[in-house]
Write a protein that binds this ligand. Structure first.
Ligand code: CAA
Length: 283
């Protein structure tokens, strides 16, 4: 199946990045959010990223304008009536995602694929509220979307091979490397990454080393681009806690228990870069 028209639901950090890479690859993109200001904020992030590409000589002004012209505003899910795929990147909440998928299932054409960028919620459970579970799939992009090469493509229990192959090809067309993963808590990325981050928080909590020392060990010792505590701030400490809770609940083992220090920071509203304070402080 050839994909031409895309709807991205959610114009936040992930949704705007997904819209940017889709429009850059030549797809027509409807960028949807519930409020005009959310759409405008997402579009301004895309504009800023593309302007940097122009400054660095990676794109011309004309190419930038053509990409921006391929992104149109949507404030209603009804706009999904003529798209080939919807990529949902709304808030990480099962009830909200299920409600969005239920509506999309009614609105989108019969052939349309319904994908979710969830970082850890079960694809099968989201698919179950639709009448097309065979066309529901996980398409998990990494942050920052324009930079990171990976897309985890997650099969729900009912996802067909045809749908999987279409999405795999779309990820390649976006300049990404798709990796096939089955539907288990945290998939692969967050099953491996988040326990490492949680362990780094335990190391800080237990006084093994300072935050700077922990991050330096992982950056210089393991060649990670960011230390785990800096990365936690970048992901958002509320998101980190949420994913650890999903791993803990879904896999049962105590090794996934969220660190009490992580809970405390989230309770204090120290959510990382987005609130100006997490393990580090930000201007
Ligand atoms: N959007 C677009 N481009 C961005 C960007 C953003 N938000 N942030 C950085 N970049 C670009 C920069 O413009 C720069 O490109 P140019 O210099 O060529 O213009 C390039 O990326 C490198 O940026 P910097 O020099 O500013 O900084 P850096 O070398 O430290 O790279 C980084 C920044 C790419 C974010 C790097 O630190 C990194 O890879 N960090 C780890 C990111 C990571 O692990 N992401 C996964 C998070 S987990 C996740 O997403 C899954 C989940 O479900 C929670």
């Amino acid at each position: 199946m050839a994909i031409q028209k895309v709807m991205v639901v959610g114009a936040g950090q992930m949704g705007s990045g997904i819209a940017q890479v889709c429009a850059t690859a030549g797809f027509e993109v409807k960028l949807n959010d519930i409020k005009e200001e959310f759409f405008e904020r997402g579009l301004s992030t895309v504009t800023k990223n593309l302007s940097r590409d122009v400054e660095k000589g990676r794109k011309t002004e004309e190419e930038k304008e053509a990409i921006l012209n391929r992104i149109t505003k949507s404030l209603s899910l009804e706009d999904a009536h003529d798209v080939d795929i919807v990529i949902e990147a709304a808030i990480e909440n099962m009830e909200i995602k299920q409600s969005i998928f239920k509506q999309l299932d009614e609105i989108a054409p019969e052939h349309a694929i319904l994908a979710t960028n969830t970082s850890s919620l079960p694809i099968t459970e989201i698919a179950a509220v639709t009448k097309r579970p065979e066309k529901v799939i996980g398409m998990h992009f990494m942050n920052p979307v324009p930079v990171m090469k990976l897309v985890e493509v997650i099969r729900g229990l009912a996802t067909t091979d045809e749908v999987f192959k279409t999405v795999e090809q779309m990820a390649i067309d976006l300049g990404k490397t798709p990796v096939e993963v089955n539907d288990f808590p945290g998939f692969v990325s967050n099953r491996v990454l988040l326990p490492m981050i949680n362990e780094a928080i335990y190391a800080l909590y237990e006084g093994v080393a300072t935050k700077e020392a922990i991050d330096t060990v992982m950056k210089l010792g393991m060649n990670h681009p960011m230390g785990p505590l800096q990365l936690a701030d970048f992901i958002g400490l509320d998101t980190c806690l949420y994913i650890m809770e999903i791993l803990h609940e879904g896999l049962g083992d105590d090794k996934y228990r969220p660190c009490p220090l992580l809970r405390k920071y989230v309770a204090a509203g120290w959510l990382g870069k987005k609130t100006g304070r997490g393990f580090y402080t930000y201007e």
